[in-house]
Unconditional design. Sequence first.
Length: 157
Amino acid sequence: MSDSSPVGSDASDSTPTSDVPVPQTATSTWPVGYSAGAQVAAARAMAVPTEPPRPLVAAQGPQTSSSAIVALVLAIASWVVCPLILAIIALVFASKADREIASAGGALQGGGLSTAAKVLSWINIGIYIAFIVVIVIILIVVVIAGAWSQVTPAGQV
């Protein structure tokens, strides 16, 4: 018996089943020594995927408005440097951020940052103006008190 198949086995038992079909023409072109399993593995490797691979992208939510961030930074900095000037610039950036957020239709966020910048700026401006008013009142009182000290009574010369 020169037959290479084992005795009592069916030919269909030695053929592996696969979800990727092996082309009929491919079995005749395989070199001698390749088993049916190797043919299936090679067919799987050459098979074209039905769905292209999806790129790995991190889920991104809405972005924060850069004008809102700048407005908040300027509003905080206005408490330390150039109180009135930086507070006014922060108000301008906060208004710009509000317009950007409203026109973006949900693609931008940062309304809270913009509101915080406005509140900080207005409080800073109010305190700065109150400080200036108090200084002016003190100067007026000092000038009036100094002027009264120069007045001499009518009977004295």
